[in-house]
Structures are given as C-alpha cells and as structure tokens.
Design a protein around this ligand. Structure first.
Ligand code: SER
Length: 323
C-alpha cells in the first residue's frame, strides 16, 4: 500500500505542464491543499486561486521552509531545464535538474514525504535505441545534457526507493503539446509554436526536417498520466521512476499537413538548426507496456483530436489577445 497524498507541493507551477497540472490537482484535492511554486514567471489567472510560493529548487533551505509552512507530504517536481536550453548551459541544467532533485530526495527522507513525482523524458534515449517502439528497458546513453540529467534522476529515484523506501515515481514524457502556456527551451517546441504561428501569421518555419518524427502527447493526457501514476497502488508497481508513456508519433510534415486541413492557405518551410541533432538522437515512438500493465495507462487523444482541439482553443485565446 502506498500512502495518501494530502498536502501537495507543485514545483514549477507557472511552466507549461505546471500551469495545467496545478489547477487539475486543486480540482481533485481542494485548492488549499495544493501549493504551487514559481521562480522567474509570476503566477496569473487560475493559478492564483490557491496558495503560491516563490521557490528556487536549487536552494534546499527554501524548499524545506515551504514544506514546513504548508505541512507538505507529496511533491510534483516540474522544475527543469529542457534539452535545447540545456545545451546552451549544461552547468545550469545539472544544477536544476539533478541538484534540485537531489535536494528533494534528501528532504523526502528528512520530512518522511509520502510521494515525490519527478517526470523523466524521451531525452533519456540516445542514438543506439531502436527508433520504432523504443523499449522501456534499453541502453540509456543520451547525447544531450538534458538526457544525462534525466537518466541520473531516474537512477537516483529508483535508488532512493530501493535503499530507503522513499516512494519516488517518474515517467518518460514525450514532447507535450498544449494551448495554455508555451514550452520553453525544448526540442519539441516546434509542435506547439506551429499552431500559434499558423493562426497568427498563416506561416511557420520548422526548425527540424520535414521527416523528423518524435513521440508527442496532448496536455490532457499528460496531466492524466502524472496524476494516475501518482495515485497508483505502490504494490502494483515494479518500475518506479522510468515508465515509458506514449500516445502518438508524427513527423513535422504530417503535423503541417494536418493543420493545413483546418487552416487553408497555411504555408510552411523547414530550416533545421542545432536542435535537429537532438531530435535525431531520440526515437520516433516508445513502447509503454509496463505503464499500461502496472497502472493502467491509456491515452485519450490521437493526432486528429489534438489538432482540432488545439486550433479551437487557440483561436479563442489569440482572438482574445488581439482585442
Ligand atoms: N520537450 C522536451 C524537450 O524537447 C522533451 O522532453 O526538451
């Protein structure tokens, strides 16, 4: 049996995933029981409907203070430097992605936390991995600093579970597509930017080749995966910090064609930059059998439903911005 989540801390609430996970958790657990945190981006909108704290994940004392103040027993850690930004500043990526997580693990022991959820990524894979249906268990030799930090986190989290019994969980998220908050500094950012530019400008220049295919997921599935994994029975889990989770895989060209079906006259071009190398080192798709078997993972959205919903939501949002 796992222990309950009562008072939850979400680190990185103003980021792409945090801005949607925090309200979803508040819906399920009550607004006062879910404390959001931010660092460089001030919270706005529905994020201010519950407690918010400014917190630097690399500062162990400031995390400890928030844990004590709100009697926190469970943490979702969404603070991370993504793959492209990680190549610009590998040292900072290590500090935030590894040292920050290490502080959480140690605080998890000190405060006897019930749960720590730390997302991993398709970034853990390197070029040796089969590009179709990359297995859950495979060689992990990433060539990006982001990947190096995420493999380290997976190993550390699994170690703290087996060595100390700390309930740490994580899943290898694909690139996440969403309409509320833009991602920042990732290789899969093109799959979000293209929607904004298609609606605003009618044109987008992809920074990857047309045939670049990667695993991607729509935000509602991402939020569902994070919460379902966190709530899964501990006794059913054989894996802990390293579940593949997949929902769809498509190339940049396929995405462009699909958007064109909804926005006639949309034009696009492909000018690969340094992010192409990172994309090429990742698989096109993942096999997620352990997640399906151990905690019942099943995605709801495919490419058609996602594109339709993204365009509908962004037309409203960007229409409002323009007025
Ligand atoms: N979206 C991430 C990135 O591109 C992948 O986990 O870095």
């Amino acid at each position: 049996m796992g222990q309950e989540m009562n008072n939850i801390l979400v680190i990185g609430s103003t980021g792409q995933i945090g801005s949607e996970l925090t309200p979803a958790l508040r819906e399920n657990y009550g607004a006062e029981s879910v404390v959001g945190t931010y660092w460089s981006t001030e919270p706005t909108g529905d994020l201010t409907n519950g407690p918010m704290e400014k917190l630097d994940v690399t500062d162990r004392e400031s995390i400890a203070e928030v844990i004590e103040k709100h009697d926190i027993d469970s943490v979702f850690n969404l603070a991370a430097i993504l793959s492209a930004k990680g190549e610009e500043n590998p040292q900072m990526a290590f500090k935030i992605n590894v040292v920050g997580f290490f502080h959480l693990l140690e605080l998890g022991l000190e405060y006897e936390l019930n749960r720590i959820v730390n997302p991993s990524s398709i970034g853990v894979f390197g070029p040796e991995v089969p590009s179709q249906q990359a297995p859950n268990e495979t060689v992990l030799r990433p060539t990006s600093m982001y990947g190096v930090t995420k493999v380290t986190d997976e190993l550390l989290g699994n170690y703290y579970y087996h060595r100390f019994g700390l309930d740490v969980r994580g899943l290898r998220l694909p690139g996440i597509v969403s309409s509320k908050t833009l991602p920042g500094g990732g290789t899969t950012d093109y799959a979000v930017e293209v929607f904004y530019e298609a609606i605003r400008e009618g044109h987008y220049t992809f920074f990857v080749r047309e045939d670049t295919a990667l695993p991607l997921m729509y935000m509602p599935d991402c939020v569902k995966a994070l919460i379902d994994l966190a709530e899964a029975e501990l006794d059913n889990l054989e894996h802990h910090c390293d579940f593949n989770v997949s929902s769809m895989s498509f190339s940049a060209g396929e995405l462009a064609h699909k958007i064109e079906e909804h926005i006639p006259g949309f034009t696009y071009a492909f000018e690969p930059d340094e992010r192409q190398k990172i994309a090429d080192s990742w698989p096109d798709s993942m096999d997620d059998t352990p997640a399906r078997e151990e905690w019942g993972w099943e995605p709801d959205y495919g490419l058609d439903a996602m594109v339709e919903d993204m365009i509908e939501k962004l037309e409203v949002k960007l229409g409002q911005d323009a007025t």
